[in-house]
Design a protein around this ligand. Sequence first.
Ligand code: 5GP
Ligand code: ZN
Length: 113
Amino acid sequence: MTNDKNCIFCKIAAGEIPAAKVYEDDKMLVFKDIEPKAKVHLLAIPKTHFAYLAEMDKEGSETVKYMLEKIPEIAAKNGLENGYRLVINQGADAGQTVFHLHMHILGGQTLDW
Ligand code: 5GP
Ligand code: ZN
């Protein structure tokens, strides 16, 4: 799956746009959300571009599985020992604004919504 030259998260993954990175390897990147909705608000993205779970191919689904396996240790290293919430917005009704699959990792406080 190729990266999308107009996609802001592909540009962040390629290092063309700066981001406050907290974790990176060959498959995924985790960085701080620019408009945090909780005391800790990270975004985890696959390095390959796809917008929706519905578009995910075999490589994409292997990467998503890998991300889910890595997130607990990344969360623990970022002050989320007390818990966190994972959110994947899909489409207009969910308010998705960036069309490169991403997982919101939210915590650092009680999430009472
Ligand atoms: P969505 O609503 O699509 O699930 O979430 C997109 C998220 O990306 C939003 O929380 C927004 O604040 C964040 N975001 C959008 N553009 C940038 C950016 O250039 N840098 C960073 N770090 N976060 C961004
Ligand atoms: Zn992208």
